[in-house]
Design a protein. Structure first.
Lengths: 138, 122
């Protein structure tokens, strides 16, 4: 089905999400295990971000209206996170100036965390529209 | 652990990843070369695992954090097989692009691993 969220370009999108999810999870686990005291706030946030990426990846890959909502909510949260934490890492480096997926707008990850939520939301909108359009046409 | 060899590994995987990704963008379908590139990256990481176990034993440990290094290595090791499996549902260009993107991510990780092992500035 071409309108499915996980076919075509969606396959690449979900793959990028999955890579970011495991990269963020790996880094977060390491930070919490080894140096949590250095920046509890930044590293706790790092863990939250990792969980959100994992849920977003799963939600994108699943079918159904509920998963679409979960995907929109988690990806929206990511966009908010990267903008807020990205800004805070510049204005309050003592609290947020530690390597996390959202610091400096995701610079440590080639700014992919800033671009990906926008692409993700676009893709959901496009596939949802195609699904609605398809059922009307049929 | 040999510094230039590890950098060469990162560069080779990056070139393979870029080549596969470009093939995907050019609408090349899934083929043995793509699978071979993924297998080669995977194989080089398995060698890396062995080297990473042996090196500290013979007294050539990392300058950075060994735990952080292993987190990267294990993650990198998972990517080629996972990307290839995920790509198999789409044997057209998108599947090829998935493998390419996966290999590029592995290349970045190997580069980071090199930094952790050799040029840690703490």
């Amino acid at each position: 089905m071409p309108s499915s969220r996980r076919s075509g370009f969606g396959r690449v999108l979900i793959a990028v999400y999955a890579i970011l999810a495991i990269a963020a999870t790996g880094r977060s686990v390491y930070q919490i295990l080894s140096r949590f005291d250095e920046a509890p706030l930044a590293y706790a946030l790092s863990a939250v971000a990792a969980v959100v990426y994992v849920v977003a990846t799963i939600a994108l890959a699943m079918r159904g209206a509920i998963w679409t909502r979960v995907a929109v909510a988690t990806i929206g949260f990511e966009l908010l996170g990267v903008l807020v934490v990205g800004t805070l890492s510049l204005t309050h480096p003592e609290l947020f100036g530690h390597a996390s997926v959202w610091s400096w707008y995701g610079m440590g990850y080639l700014f992919i965390p800033a671009v990906l939520p926008i692409v993700g939301l676009w893709w959901i909108r496009r596939t949802e529209r195609a699904a609605v359009g398809g059922s009307v046409a049929a | 652990m040999i510094s230039w060899l590890m950098l060469a590994q990162a560069i080779v995987i990056a070139v393979l990843g870029a080549g596969v990704a470009i093939a995907g963008l050019a609408k090349v379908k899934m083929n043995d070369l793509v699978l071979g590139a993924s297998a080669l990256a995977m194989l080089s990481l398995v060698v890396q695992v062995v080297a990473s176990i042996v090196a500290p034993i013979v007294g050539a440990g990392p300058t950075g954090d060994l735990l952080e290094y292993w987190v990267y290595l294990v993650t990198a090791l998972l990517i080629p097989p996972a990307a290839t499996l995920w790509a198999f549902a789409d044997k057209g260009r998108w599947g090829v692009l998935v493998v390419g993107v996966g290999l590029l991510a592995v290349a970045v990780m190997v580069y980071r691993m090199h930094q952790i092992w050799f040029v840690q500035v703490v």
